[in-house]
Design a protein around this ligand. Structure first.
Ligand SMILES: Cc1cc2nc3c(=O)[nH]c(=O)nc-3n(C[C@H](O)[C@H](O)[C@H](O)COP(=O)(O)OP(=O)(O)OC[C@H]3O[C@@H](n4cnc5c(N)ncnc54)[C@H](O)[C@@H]3O)c2cc1C
Length: 502
């Protein structure tokens, strides 16, 4: 190896490690970097991150993965948004959809904003997000978000995939870009006198030295949390869930392009359709429900009480490290933190962390100030996601169990979230509030509006009055006709996936 090569050592071969390896190998392909990923043969990956947000497509496009190749290899399907069932007991709001953005939505968003604002001024209008966005119709018709060539309006989308298979796929792509792979269990992180990481020691006595270390070792954060002792800031006071039980079921004939999140007694469960199976998981709080009760509730819901399919039980901690880039170590993935999986935001955080780090690193100013700016940017993003997810639980109208009563009355929410909720309740436009606090850094204004409107945080129907003609200027029938006509330009997901496997 040439003396001048910078050695990057990535600890961990979960999705986070492989995303980091690919982004770094791609960005620094013309530069003198040697990237090695170390993964233990004995410690498995978490293997449950199966839903994404739209930025994953940007990553896969960037590293040259074609949908027709990687999707069948990972049993993947398209995702145009998330349907939330049974979170609200308010009549008319028992189910709503949080869609990814489509360019055609620009024509219907003004109507949604207009109606949802006026309902809060007391006018009886239609304010359910489901009636205003193309993504909802695509999901209803099980269509793939790939418009015909003569319909030049882009639709953002994410994916559902088998995370084990995606990891293996990304490993191959990384290898083709020169990333080295080492199977070894690291038993010690050795620091230099000045506190930087010097090398990793494996249980076979091998020493792996590097200039830059990426900690993707999962929840335990072997370098960032254990060796460098960076404090972990828990957010369990605002987000109670810390456990999950996972059970697959058979695939459905025509998989849908939506994730479904259904409220349960002590949490919620996901339903993620892949081409070979459906992923199901119940995310719950162990303070309110034990593992056996959670498994039984999930089995009952899925009609698997008599089945011998084994369930997987997982524990997780919610929160983030105080700093993500410390000395010559960058934490990426579960080692840097995790906000519970309700909106499938974790991989996006991985991507953002690595991309912003590369930007900062390339500038060459490894000063305290540049690290500070980077850390505060990534932490702010974490906190913005935390607020959005916390809002899901705080505004819930279910009161049927102790868990939901505790969620709905939790006063340990952040000041930023408190201001947004107050602003909405007072009938104000929340745009300014979001911008002021930069809370739209991750979830844009439209997502916040969908969340609050979708859960029916409106005055009760009995308090609403008819309103004048101007208030009723947008006709739901016209909007519906427009959306249905747009949807005609999209193929079914089944047809697209069939084409990929031919
Ligand atoms: C219940 C649940 C549901 C989730 N759902 C989603 C979702 O829908 N969407 C989403 O984006 N994210 C989701 N996530 C998060 C997602 O699973 C993770 O962000 C993602 O899988 C990345 O994990 P990771 O690579 O950081 O860690 P892991 O997958 O845990 O990988 C850790 C790696 O480190 C290695 N390692 C650890 N210690 C050592 C050692 N001493 N020596 C050598 N190697 C070592 C292991 O071998 C492994 O390769 C979910 C998480 C949970 C808990």
């Amino acid at each position: 190896m040439s003396e001048t090569k910078k050695r990057v050592v990535i600890l961990g071969g979960g999705t986070a490690g492989w995303i980091a390896a690919n982004l770094m190998a791609k960005h620094w392909e013309q530069e003198a970097f040697e990237i090695t990923l170390v993964e233990s043969p004995n410690i498995g990956i978490i293997g449950v991150g199966e839903g994404s947000t739209p930025p994953l497509k940007v990553f896969l496009d960037l590293i040259g993965c074609k949908e027709e190749e990687w999707m069948p290899a990972c049993n993947a399907t398209y995702k145009v948004g998330i349907r939330f069932n049974d979170w609200s007991i308010k009549p008319g709001y028992e189910s709503y959809f949080h869609p990814f953005y489509s360019k055609t939505d620009d024509h219907t968003i003004p109507a949604f904003f207009h109606n949802s604002f006026l309902i809060r001024q007391g006018v009886d209008l239609d304010g359910l997000p489901d009636h205003f966005f193309l993504g909802v119709e695509l999901a209803k018709q099980k269509k793939a978000p790939l418009p015909a060539e003569n319909f030049p309006f882009e639709t953002s989308y994410g994916y559902h995939f088998d995370s084990n298979l995606l990891g293996q796929y990304l490993a191959k792509v990384a290898a083709s870009r020169g990333v080295k792979y080492k199977k070894a269990t690291v038993c010690e992180v050795v620091l230099k006198e000045n506190g930087d990481v010097s090398h990793l020691l494996t249980d076979e006595g091998e020493s792996i030295g590097g200039d830059l270390f990426v900690d993707s070792s999962g929840f335990k954060g072997q370098i960032i949390q254990q060796a460098l002792k960076v404090p972990f800031i828990s957010c369990v006071q605002s987000l109670f869930n810390d456990s999950a039980v996972v059970l697959p079921t058979d695939q459905v004939d025509e998989p849908n392009c939506q994730t479904t999140s259904t409220a349960m007694k002590n949490g919620w469960r996901w339903d993620i359709p892949l081409t070979n199976r459906t992923g199901n998981g119940y995310v719950y709080s162990s303070s309110f429900c034990d593992a056996d009760a959670a498994e039984t509730e999930l089995r009952t819901t899925l009609n698997l009480l008599d089945s011998d399919v084994e369930a997987r039980h997982l524990k997780f901690k919610v929160g983030r490290v105080q700093e993500h880039w410390v000395r010559n170590c960058l934490a990426v993935g579960l080692s840097q933190g995790f906000i519970e999986p309700l909106e499938a935001t974790a991989l996006d955080m991985v991507q953002e962390t690595v991309v912003r780090f590369i930007e900062a690193y390339d500038k060459g100013q490894h000063t305290e100030q540049s690290r500070k700016d980077f850390n505060s940017r990534i932490s702010h993003r974490f906190d913005a996601v935390r607020d959005y997810i916390t809002a899901h639980f705080r505004i819930v109208s279910r009161t049927d169990t102790e868990y939901w009563r505790a969620c709905g009355s939790n006063d340990k929410i952040s000041a930023s979230l408190y201001s947004i909720l107050s602003s909405w309740m007072q009938g104000k436009n929340i745009t300014q509030e979001l911008e002021q606090q930069q809370l739209d850094a991750y979830f844009p204004n439209i997502s916040w509006n969908c969340l609050l409107a979708g859960k029916g945080i409106y005055p009760d129907k009995s308090q609403l009055r008819k309103g004048n003609e101007l208030a009723h200027k947008y006709k739901t029938t016209d909007i519906n006709k427009f959306i249905k006509a747009c949807a005609l330009n999209y193929p079914t997901q089944a047809d697209v996936l069939k084409r990929y496997t031919r």
